[in-house]
Design a protein around this ligand. Structure first.
Ligand SMILES: Nc1ncnc2c1ncn2[C@@H]1O[C@H](COP(=O)(O)OP(=O)(O)OP(=O)(O)O)[C@@H](O)[C@H]1O
Ligand SMILES: [Mg+2]
Length: 209
């Protein structure tokens, strides 16, 4: 069972910051102190606990089939559902700057602009469901609302958006694990970097592959 004690000087607070794959958000000591599971001693164990937590979120999504997702309440609630067994700060916006993402104090306004823009994209029908979903995914990871878990959260948000809101076909995201270093992750990160420069085609092709 999950141990809900806060950890002060855990493995995570000493080691996690130095152990992140390419294109990941380094975790600062304040954040790694938010690890709720004091017994975790390896990155692999942490990954497994997070993955189990995400499976619970997937069950919740399957049951509730949310459509009203363009708001802070849903965006935060989903992050909490995905990571709330593992991290004390799950569902809370970050309060420090990262190597990726907008300045932390801009997060609420940038998210609101995004929530306001997306219904306009849908109404104007200039783009396919897949193109809109890719732009949404990239915009969300570009803002980078949370201390960690942004990639997995924004991929799930994209899946929910395309399935429940646009009724398009689900992405396969390269079909291989994206969280661990490797060829698939490199393709994904390179495609995001192209999207940073306004070219979304590589990311779209990747997501459909
Ligand atoms: N240049 C970039 N532009 C936009 N987004 C980026 C860029 N580089 C990385 N990202 C996003 O940031 C994510 C990493 O952030 P974070 O560590 O918070 O997420 P995560 O869910 O823990 O990671 P992962 O996706 O590896 O499981 C990547 O998965 C990717 O979605
Ligand atoms: Mg990460």
């Amino acid at each position: 069972m999950i141990d809900f004690k806060y950890s002060q000087d855990t493995w995570a607070s000493r080691k996690l910051a130095s152990d992140q794959p390419e294109g990941a958000t380094p975790i600062d000591p304040n954040e790694s102190n938010g690890l709720l599971l004091t017994h975790i001693t390896t990155q692999a164990e942490l990954n497994r606990w997070e993955q189990d937590n995400i499976v619970e979120a997937l069950v919740w999504i399957d049951k509730t089939k949310p459509e009203n997702i363009l708001n802070d309440k849903f965006i935060r609630q989903l992050h909490k559902r995905m990571f709330g067994n593992v991290w004390r700060w799950a569902g809370q916006f970050r309060q420090s700057n990262k190597n990726i993402g907008v300045p932390w104090y801009q997060i609420p306004v940038d998210l609101q602009n995004m929530y306001d823009d997306i219904p306009v994209w849908i109404q104007t029908k200039n783009e396919s469901p897949e193109e809109m979903t890719i732009r949404f995914h990239h915009r969300l990871v570009w803002i980078h609302p949370f201390p960690n878990g942004n990639g997995r959260h924004a991929r799930l948000v994209a899946d929910i958006f395309i399935e429940n809101v646009l009724h398009g076909s689900l992405f396969t995201w390269g079909k291989h694990d994206l969280s661990n270093p490797g060829k698939n992750r490199s393709r994904y990160i390179n495609a995001l970097q192209e999207a940073d420069n306004g070219n979304y085609m590589t990311l779209l092709e990747f997501a459909k592959s």
